[in-house]
Design a protein around this ligand. Structure first.
Ligand SMILES: Nc1ncnc2c1ncn2[C@@H]1O[C@H](COP(=O)(O)OP(=O)(O)OP(=O)(O)O)[C@@H](O)[C@H]1O
Length: 313
């Protein structure tokens, strides 16, 4: 379990302002070794600023950020040796082929066998076929994968991905997600920022939501979903009289009737046990269910609820 692993990134009371604009207001979080951590937030929330501080590109005003026991401001050079950054900073040479780009970076980083490692990484990101084409001909998804391959040179233990799938089509996004999962499975710690709630939901072991420079919620996606009101299910029936009978039978689940669809809406705790209990009762009373739809809260709902509560406070 991720929870038992040791902490590799720890941020304490981190603050950063650009002139009088406070971007980070005492943020705190920690990341476990080998896990995927997602920092979630809308445009301008301070995600890139956090990544820049962690990757030693920017100094915080106050507070501390430590990676693998190394303070990012005091031991910047050592930190740079164990991290890699991809995203808005891609330094890809358009005139070179994919393979040439990876080999070049491999040589710059003094990788022991840059040609061999370049090919292994191009295979890992599914770019072997296009490896000898010039990058100028690559699609957005291929560029992201090349960028990822270049960041993986030298096998860094910690990788920062700043909005890795922004602007990608659904298929490229899915393939990026698979690569990110594989990376974490092989032991790399992945720190990613995203505006996509479903991305954090799918990938992250741990999520922190950043809003206006503050962490407003944190936990697993399941934890965050629990912050919301319970889920609902809707039951459809073949005949109107069955709707009435089912309504009486399921009174304790706080039923209501959707006037448009004539379906019964029930509040649930999301457990299989409760769902089975409801369906068994209907079955024993000889009322066949024609349709069942379940609405689970999404991270989008969580985000809107938390932000809404804060703004309404
Ligand atoms: N160099 C800078 N000088 C002044 N203000 C800045 C600078 N860099 C960022 N900001 C401001 O700080 C705030 C946070 O920016 P940041 O890039 O960290 O947000 P973000 O969460 O990464 O947003 P996005 O998703 O748009 O990239 C924004 O209001 C931005 O305009």
């Amino acid at each position: 379990m991720v929870q038992t692993k040791e902490t590799i990134i720890a941020i304490r009371d981190l603050q950063k302002s650009y002139k009088d604009h406070q971007v980070l207001n005492k943020i705190n979080f920690s990341v476990k070794k080998g896990s995927i951590f997602a920092l979630l937030g809308s445009n301008g929330a301070g995600k890139t600023t956090t990544i820049k501080i962690l990757s030693t590109l920017l100094k915080p005003d106050k507070g501390s950020a430590v990676i693998n026991g190394l303070d990012v401001t005091k031991k910047a050079e050592q930190v740079r040796e164990i991290i890699s950054l991809t995203g808005q900073y891609a330094a890809v040479d358009e005139g070179l082929t994919g393979r040439e780009n990876v080999r070049m970076i491999g040589k710059l980083r003094h990788v022991t066998n840059p040609n061999k490692e370049a090919d292994a990484l191009l295979g890992k990101v599914n770019l072997l076929e296009a490896a000898d084409n010039r990058v100028a001909t690559y699609s957005g998804g291929m560029r992201r994968r090349l960028d990822l391959a270049m960041s993986l040179l030298g096998n860094p233990p910690v990788i920062f991905l700043d909005e890795p799938t922004t602007g990608l089509d659904p298929q490229s996004r899915l393939s990026m997600w698979q690569m990110i999962k594989e990376l974490a499975d092989s032991g790399t710690t992945v720190f990613l920022t995203t505006q996509y709630l479903e991305e954090a939901d799918y990938l992250a072991d741990q999520i922190s939501i950043l809003n206006q420079g503050e962490i407003v919620a944190e936990g697993t996606s399941q934890d965050l979903k629990k912050l919301l009101p319970q889920g609902h299910i809707e039951l459809g029936f073949h005949h109107e009289e069955e709707v009435g009978a089912a309504f009486s039978l399921l009174k304790e689940f706080n039923p209501s009737i959707n006037q448009e669809s004539h379906k019964i809406v029930l509040t649930t705790d999301g457990s299989i046990k409760q769902m089975t209990d409801m369906l068994n009762r209907l079955d024993q009373a000889g009322i066949p269910v024609a349709e069942l739809t379940q609405k689970q809260p999404t991270l989008e709902d969580v985000f809107l609820t938390i932000i809404g509560e804060k703004e309404g406070a």
